[in-house]
Design a protein around this ligand. Sequence first.
Ligand code: ZN
Length: 664
Amino acid sequence: MMRGSGSKEVAARGREDLSGASWRRGAPPAPWNGHRCPPPPALASPPIEPSVKRPKPPRSTCLLVCMLNVLSKWISPSSRYLPCCQGTTSGHGVFARGIVSVVPGGSEKKTRRRCVKSRSCLLCVAVVFVGWLSGCSMKGDGHLHYGPIDESARRPAGLTGENLFMPMDLATPTDRRLGSGAPGPAYWQQRVDYDIDCRVDTENDAISASERITYHNNSPHRLDYMWVQLEQNLFNPESLGAKSHAPGGILHGRLTFEGGDHVESITAGGRDLEYHVYDTLARVELPEPIEPGGTFEFEIVWDFEIPPYYRRMGVEEVEDGKIFELAQWFPQVCNYDDVHGWNTLPYLGRGEFYTNYGTYNVNITVPATYTVTATGLLQNESEVLTPTVRDRLAEAMASDEPVWIVSPDEVGDASLRPRTDGEMTWRFRAENVRTFAFAASDAFQWDACKADVTDRDGTVRAVRVQSLYPKEAEAWSADHEDGGSTRVLKHSIEFYSDFVYPYPYPVMTNVNGPEDGMEYPMIIYCGGRENVRGMQGVTDHEVGHSWFPMIVNTDERRHIWMDEGFTTFINIYSRSALYGKPINFDRHKRQTLEVARSKNRQPIALPPDRMWNRWVGNLGYRKAAMGLVLLRELVLGHERFDTAFGEYVERWVFKSPQPDDFFR
Ligand SMILES: [Zn+2]
């Protein structure tokens, strides 16, 4: 997921440490292969841009500047923002989120637009100003906080000046996880395959579906019961996630929407299975234990309403129609591993997901005027695409430049549809993936080209990279002067394939819709539309997640630094190559020091749902990335770091390392 966007910090997009005038790809840094790496750089002159000191005004000044910005925009929409926090205009975003916090039902994006364009802005200003005067404290995370803060809960435990650099207390090695940090001869992981049929009710914004789950017990243990994720239950006002966050926080204030999974049945061989639901989890009692090496098939029938706000998924109306983004939408078996047994941390909204690899066959039924894109490859192109569209896709697979599959003038063109009445079913198949996501819309433009991925044996393989977006997404267009989305996809897939590990999948899709920034296998959601740098930064970040955690499968609910931190680290080098500039981690350094200097600091090794909202980006993303950059640039040098980091990746491709495996 992208920190610095939408549900987290849209305004921060403009502060990405990206410099350079236009889109271009520079020479990539050396790959991980130690034999091809340059020698370590001289310690005295690392290739780092000098830090820029930014004056930070007092928070009261910041708030007043924000209010002046809002008022001046209301009076004159063409007026410019006054600089605010950190010398940027980002304080306006903080201020706008403050408004969302006190106006129940406010959509973050829409409220921000309204607050500069409509007269209701004055009411918002008055409400926030009165709240401010009456003693509420608006912290930098954009939420209004009430009451005293439990300082002791934020203190790092056991890290004093005396023992900070003592040897780490690592878990005892086993035959499953060796003392060297490699998976051992007894390493095992479960596998779960899914066959899903679903129908999207585009009139009522609802999903009805059924699935057959095939569970492969590769563990040496007999399993008497099973845990299943019901992540849609987050969207119920009674969920732990809704109750554990400040009003107006993670669920955008829409606490009156009673969402959640309606499970019609869970059966095996035609017999009902007993199950009990606990928030976003269900424990399913098995008719008989699953023996080691055994398999178990069962079926679930369920439906749910799509929330009227977005949290990793959602629905949005645009000028040409609707955009549906679905994610974490189907009952999925929890990961049973050798470290925690059943991983039953609930879905609270911030911690992402930790699942097993498997094969997915998913049939998605939508109105015939809709286009569907998803994790995996489309299996029935001849049924749902016209010969013209298929010819264009074939042309794209031979092109280094984006090819229009559906151009801006062709959105809604009946001649590009096999038919426009009734419904059509799109069939997708994906192998060796952690989950399955899809998007559907009748408003998509579509362009595509190929990315060249060189496999370990030297074979060059073409991967389709494609973007689907509404016409409002101006920065995404293949005709945009800065290159659009698909060229960034091509850069990122090729760069990370050289830098980390060859991208193993056949396609990567970027979708513009309600979600601000989130990654799934072979498909990412990015919400920005007009800000070129924002679109490029979020796209590159989410593509980077294809390696951490889609290929190296870490536990995102517990160890945010192993996916967000590692991805932010490789982003630094990708953007350096994209813009032809030296690496720049000034923002990472600044935010890391901000935590270190705070009396409210927290350790990096915390589950994301236990981090103070303000520190999630600083710790989980940038402190972890900065540590790795320092190791590579200043401590170990490229050759030694790349050899070690590359070894970690190679060992754990399509496996699940724990933190101790990385430290070793
Ligand atoms: Zn991320």
